[in-house]
Design a binder for this molecule. Structure first.
Ligand SMILES: C[S@@+](CC[C@H](N)C(=O)[O-])C[C@H]1O[C@@H](n2cnc3c(N)ncnc32)[C@H](O)[C@@H]1O
Length: 430
């Protein structure tokens, strides 16, 4: 179980949703997994590690906000003497979690035409075009989700900090941990954070790669947010030295592809953009500026997941090549992890996927039953599989590894598509 301790609250990260289980039908249809007994520890994949620490385990046990960050946040909140902070935090949290994607102009036009046709068919009481237009607009307003751009002024930036500093920090820490666990030799020197907000990405990156990182470029269109992030880095004051050296603040995204960053991040910021076209433009720019990893994190909601799938497809299927970096992209870490701090993430990497993604990822809670384990897997070739593992049919090592694994971990099975020929395959993920 992973937890994050914030300035004033304790947030549980890794407690799985209760009641989410395997549907009886899929349990009934679950396949036994023939052939997996080849995967024992002869290849030494466990080394001297116990099963409970097998190399596919990626969950983060506990994420703690850096003391300096927590203290600075507390100080800024106290200094602001903002009234009804709790109420404002709750209102913003509710708004962010219930947010849908903005309706696209084309879709709005289609709905308007449909309504107009319906009105004309059902009534001849519209004497003037103006009245008809008014009725269509009224119906549109009532039936269409009204997405609103948030204006992160000084007050809202503080409320955002109080609401999301710990959760945001924990989510990106989990994404960075994924890379660090799989590629411990990766030592990034530069990082760019789009929509950097409070700067939680910089703090999380510093906690993990502080030894190698030399430059952190924070880009945010809100001057108030940049100001707040800088104050947090200065211990909650206007003056003083930055707690993390090498942090730069910009209000605009540098568009030139000449300078690339080892790690580029957008955390909870694609959902702030008003249209699909805006998101596409930003994702393409971010990808052009990525030399190693592009990490995209959004809320663990349907809207958040859709945003990431849209961005992933844009990078993977995009015809546009960066003039300076023609290497293709691949998905380094596909994962949708609904938890108490629910977030969705996708990590795209440049290069070839041979070394990454060699094991299937567990996509639902692991169901431990007497002498057998149910695992839902997303295999490296993209297909979904429901495997039932037993120590007798498979090897003891794999069975024990499966029993101690959780949602989001990797199951140490090589070539699972050969080894796990399920009679029933779960539908592919969108
Ligand atoms: C929801 S906050 C996320 C902050 C931070 N990344 C985090 O994880 O907590 C979104 C941020 O994106 C910024 N933003 C929105 N549109 C932007 C744009 N077009 N360019 C740069 N920043 C933008 C907002 O000002 C805001 O600070």
């Amino acid at each position: 179980m992973a937890t994050v301790r914030g300035p004033s609250c304790l947030l549980t990260l890794g407690r799985w949703r209760r009641g989410v289980g395997v549907a009886p039908l899929s349990r009934a249809l679950a396949a036994l997994v023939p052939g997996v007994s080849q995967v024992d520890n002869k290849s030494g994949f466990l080394g001297k590690r116990p099963h409970r620490r097998h190399p596919g385990i990626l969950k983060l046990p506990c994420v703690r906000l850096p003391r300096a960050l927590a203290d600075a946040a507390q100080l800024l909140l106290l200094d602001s003497a903002m009234p009804n902070v709790e109420k404002q935090v709750q209102a913003l949290t509710n708004y962010l979690w219930s947010r849908h994607l903005p309706v696209e102009p084309g879709e709005l036009q289609r709905r308007a035409e449909h309504l107009e046709k319906k009105f004309l068919e059902n009534s001849d009481s519209f004497q003037t075009e103006e009245k008809l237009r008014g009725a269509v607009l009224h119906a549109l307003r009532k039936t269409t989700y009204h997405w609103q751009e948030l204006s992160y002024n000084e007050g809202l930036s503080l409320v955002y900090m109080a609401a999301r500093l710990d959760g945001g920090f924990a989510a990106v820490s989990r994404a960075f941990h994924e890379i660090q666990t799989q590629l411990p030799e990766f030592q990034p020197k530069t990082l760019m954070d789009f929509g950097s907000g409070t700067g939680s990405v910089t703090w999380a990156a510093h906690s993990i790669w502080g030894q190698s990182l030399r430059e952190y470029m924070c880009v945010d269109s809100s001057a108030a947010m940049l100001d707040l992030a800088e104050k947090l880095l200065k211990g909650g004051s206007e003056n003083g030295k930055l707690y993390i050296p090498g942090v730069f603040f910009r209000q605009f995204l540098p568009v030139s592809p000449k300078v690339q960053f080892n790690v580029v991040v957008s955390a909870f910021s694609l959902s702030e953009l008003p249209s699909k076209a805006d998101r596409a433009e930003i994702v393409q720019t971010l990808w052009r500026k990525t030399s190693d990893f592009l990490i995209l994190v959004e809320n663990g909601t349907k809207a958040g997941h859709c945003l990431l799938m849209e961005a992933r497809d844009l990078v993977l299927k995009g015809k546009e090549k960066s003039p300076l970096d023609p290497r293709p992209g691949f998905v380094f870490a596909p994962s949708k992890k609904p938890k108490e701090e629910k977030f969705s993430m996708v990590i795209l990497a440049r290069g070839s996927p041979e070394e990454a993604n060699r094991w299937p990822r567990i996509t639902q809670p692991v169901l431990k039953r007497p002498r057998h384990v149910h695992c839902h897997l997303c295999c490296p070739d993209g297909h979904m599989q429901h495997a039932v593992l037993t120590a007798r049919r498979h090897c003891r090592d794999l069975y024990r590894c499966a029993r101690v694994s959780s949602w989001g971990d990797l199951l140490p099975v090589t070539t699972p598509s050969e080894l796990l020929p399920s009679t029933v395959e779960d539908p592919p993920e969108s």
